[in-house]
Design a binder for this molecule. Structure first.
Ligand SMILES: Nc1nc2c(ncn2[C@@H]2O[C@H](COP(=O)(O)OP(=O)(O)OP(=O)(O)O)[C@@H](O)[C@H]2O)c(=O)[nH]1
Ligand SMILES: [Mg+2]
Length: 363
């Protein structure tokens, strides 16, 4: 299948520094690569605030429409969460050029939808989509059915939009009740483990930090690892042998975090994330070979807080240390001397014994 071509556009504040603007764009581009699209045009627009109607300026939308058409582009991706009305308005302006509009959340949802393998993950994504797209649909009186081609149909009365709202609520309820069953299954499994005295350890961290590689290295599993964002979308559990006490603990790996993760996505993934929520210990994996690792720690801290996990015991795992210098390692050591941490390279299998004993001690 031919890859879809995309234009990326980001709004930058006049005072934002150049490097930050480049980093934002690079991450967006990585997301597009993960989705499987090709980036043909990257554009920034300096504005101190988004345009109320079209987010980027209307002139810019027009310009990108022309440029996109020239390059055979089919999607314009805006690097932020837009208001439903804004997506609709930009979409209207770009439809003559044959270009659709996605915001950052749309892109993340598309990636999730592509990668989801288990029934549970698929349902979680469906729920997030309903929540994200819902307001766009019922707020605008758009045709709900996909067969309608998604084109705007104006002049639908109050009653129709009310009906759509009800339809979406109903859909949301159905998905939630299916998810409830998975949740109950998990909760029963957890109770069983508790009874057997099994402790659980959950790996959390930014996307692409090396979480799954670590799970595989520690448990001998062979889960999918890739240099892409959101390679893992559901929870995988493996057994971790604890040599000092000759016992085992359960180690689970889950979906990675990313900055600007909207609450509706986080909530939709509550079932998958429940392993982390119930864990006895969290391993926070940090890819220190990534220059933005400090920002990633903040993002993850913030999300853990949103999940109510500030009280859970936590161990920092600085990963991919095969990719950093001795000097950087010493700097990190100095900076985090107050916090319990370990250095590992899951790829080179270094530091794994130290990590295992740190886990064993914490439990
Ligand atoms: N150099 C080096 N690369 C590593 C190490 N651990 C993981 N990687 C690489 O980092 C990339 C991401 O690894 P994953 O284990 O898939 O990362 P993840 O955190 O599970 O990512 P998502 O599931 O996508 O959120 C892969 O290309 C791995 O081969 C390491 O210790 N050293
Ligand atoms: Mg993974």
């Amino acid at each position: 299948m031919e890859k879809e071509k995309a234009i990326l556009v980001d709004l930058i504040h006049p005072r934002m520094d150049r490097r930050h603007a480049m980093d934002r764009m690079q991450e967006l581009e990585e997301l597009v690569n993960t989705y499987g699209g090709i980036v043909v045009v990257k554009q920034w627009q300096k504005r101190s605030a988004p345009h109320p109607k079209t987010y980027i300026g209307t002139g810019k939308v027009e310009e990108l429409g022309n440029e996109g058409k020239e390059h055979g582009v089919s999607i314009l991706i805006i690097n932020d969460q837009l208001r439903p009305r804004q997506v609709y308005d930009v979409g209207e302006m770009l439809s003559p050029f044959g270009i659709q509009v996605w915001d950052r959340i749309d892109l993340i949802l598309k990636i999730f939808a592509k990668h989801a393998k288990t029934a549970e993950a698929k349902l979680e994504i469906e729920l997030a989509s309903v929540r994200h797209m819902g307001p766009r649909i019922f707020g605008m009186g758009m045709e709900l059915s996909r067969q309608g081609g998604g084109t705007g149909t104006r002049g639908i009365g109050e009653t129709n939009s009310e009906r759509m709202k009800r339809h979406l609520k109903e859909k949301e309820r159905r998905i939630k009740s299916k998810l409830e069953k998975f949740k109950n299954g998990r909760s029963l499994a957890r109770q069983g483990r508790r009874r057997r005295g099994l402790k659980t350890v959950s790996i959390v961290g930014y996307t692409n930090a090396g979480k799954t590689t670590l799970l595989n290295a520690l448990t001998g599993r062979k889960e999918y690892v890739a240099n892409e964002l959101f390679a893992t979308l559901d929870t995988r559990v493996g057994q971790l042998y604890l040599p000092e006490s000759h016992s085992t603990a359960l180690l689970s790996d889950t979906i990675g975090f990313i900055k600007d993760l909207p609450p509706e996505l986080l909530n939709a993934f509550s079932s998958t994330l429940s392993e982390a929520v119930e864990a006895d210990l969290l391993l926070q994996v940090i890819d220190v070979s990534d220059k933005d690792y400090k920002q990633h720690i903040e993002v993850v801290d913030d999300i853990l807080e949103r999940l109510g996990l500030t009280e859970t015991k936590r161990l920092l795992v600085f990963s991919k240390i095969d990719g950093i210098s001795k000097k950087t390692k010493l700097e990190i050591q100095e900076q985090f001397k107050e916090t319990q941490h370990v250095f590992v390279s899951a790829l080179k299998r270094t530091g794994l014994d130290t990590l295992t004993s740190a886990i064993e001690n914490s439990l």
